[in-house]
Design a protein around this ligand. Structure first.
Ligand code: SIN
Length: 265
């Protein structure tokens, strides 16, 4: 079965048209999985999914996770509603990989448009395989075996659930190997990575800053302009993302699901 997959940038991202995700046969689903591993971000156009249908589609990818901190949609704990709470209170306008402070962070996320703003509100995605590949051999050797602490304490505090990052931090490798493709990817992000293991925050900052700059270089990024009916799935094992809050007070509502992944190695 072939599906129509069109790349959206030279670095990552592809668009798929002509599929109803509420009615995908096994061959089409296998083609979707293969496109996902190749392009890391898939934008499915013209969907009309109810919350139940979004959840059912997500379950075909694996077990859905329930966010440990952020409130869920009434009646649907698998869905996190993302609404415009104002630029100052935005939790997603920072580069991150979803819930990387978890021992087994989500392998994939799926964001369904409920309402798009008349302008702005795009989402940026960055390919962490490419970011790693472009580092020098010397830097790659230095990063080998290095581990970093990821924490949800900042997110918890923003949600009124203050915790200390040392109590709740999770240690992951700085370079992870994609469990399905075997490709190495940078796995530190400004949203949740606080320090390298056994180093202070101040000692860690210069190298973390350098890795963040490499991880978000313009030529490893794709910027998604949302259209009504979009559902975008991305691979948290190879991609970071960043919401752009440039739509003022305009309504922007999304429904997010996440699929449980494995411990980064
Ligand atoms: C997210 O960070 O999971 C949501 C991104 C967005 O709203 O664009």
């Amino acid at each position: 079965m072939s599906i129509d997959v069109n790349p959206l940038s030279g670095s990552l991202g592809a668009e798929i048209r002509g599929l109803d995700l509420a009615d995908v046969d096994p061959a089409e689903f296998a083609a979707i999985q293969s496109a996902f591993l190749e392009h890391h971000v898939l934008a499915f156009r013209d969907q009309k999914l109810t919350p139940e249908q979004q959840i059912a589609f997500g379950r075909r990818w694996g077990e859905l996770s329930i966010h440990p901190i952020v409130p869920h949609l009434d009646g649907h704990p698998e869905i996190v509603p993302i609404t415009n709470s104002g630029k100052k209170r935005s939790l997603t306008e920072i580069w991150h990989s979803d819930v990387s402070f978890d021992p087994t962070p989500p392998k994939a996320s799926g964001l369904l448009v409920v309402e798009v703003p008349p302008f702005g509100g795009d989402t940026l995605f960055a390919n962490q395989h490419l970011a790693y590949d472009r580092l020098s051999g010397g830097m790659k050797a230095m990063l080998s075996g290095l581990r970093a602490i990821h924490s949800g304490a900042g997110l918890g505090a923003a949600m009124g659930k203050a915790e200390t990052w040392r109590e709740h931090g999770q240690v992951h490798p700085v370079v992870r190997t994609h469990p399905e493709t075997g490709r190495p990817a940078l796995y530190v992000n400004p949203g949740f990575t606080v320090a390298f293991e056994d180093m202070t925050i101040a000692e860690s900052k210069p190298l973390l800053d350098l890795l963040h700059a490499a991880g978000h270089a313009p030529d490893v990024c794709y910027r998604h302009r949302w259209q009504p009916g979009d559902l975008v799935m991305w691979d948290n094992r190879s991609v970071q993302h960043h919401a752009v809050h440039d739509h003022g007070d305009a309504i922007r509502t999304m429904h997010r699901i996440t699929i449980i992944g494995d411990a980064p190695r």
